[in-house]
Design a protein around this ligand. Structure first.
Ligand SMILES: *[C@@H]1O[C@H](CO)[C@@H](O)[C@H](O)[C@H]1NC(C)=O
Length: 109
């Protein structure tokens, strides 16, 4: 019962912090004394370092956070598209990609 309350509390705290993070499963298969493995790219990284994986997540051996914010509030004649190279969303006019739109709200990062 105590653990359930703790789990709920952690959930609430995590969602309040407004960043999209998750904790990695650490198993002997995905780490050794000096290195750990990115769960998505299967690349190895020295412990105590940070890296960005191919899903634009900023990771450590403990877990990853999205390295970008997701726009949630922008003018309705605009559309948000994800720029995979820059790891960020751009919001532009639906009928003219060269015109950028203001972003009123975003979640993450
Ligand atoms: C841990 O794994 C990395 C990547 O495979 C390797 O370079 C390193 O030598 C390993 N270290 C130990 C202590 O086994």
């Amino acid at each position: 019962m105590k653990y359930l309350a703790l789990a709920l509390l952690l959930c609430v705290l995590t969602s309040l912090s407004n960043s999209q993070c998750f904790v990695k499963q650490r198993t002997p298969d995905t780490e050794n004394q000096t290195h750990c493995q990115d769960g998505l790219d299967f690349t190895w990284h020295p412990k105590e370092t940070k890296w960005r994986n191919s899903a634009c997540q900023d990771c450590t051996c403990d877990g990853c956070c999205s390295g970008y914010a997701t726009p949630t509030n922008f003018p309705s004649d605009c559309v948000s598209v994800f720029d995979q190279e820059a790891c960020q969303y751009v919001v532009h006019k639906k009928d003219d990609p060269s015109v950028l739109c203001p972003i009123f709200g975003a979640v993450g990062k």
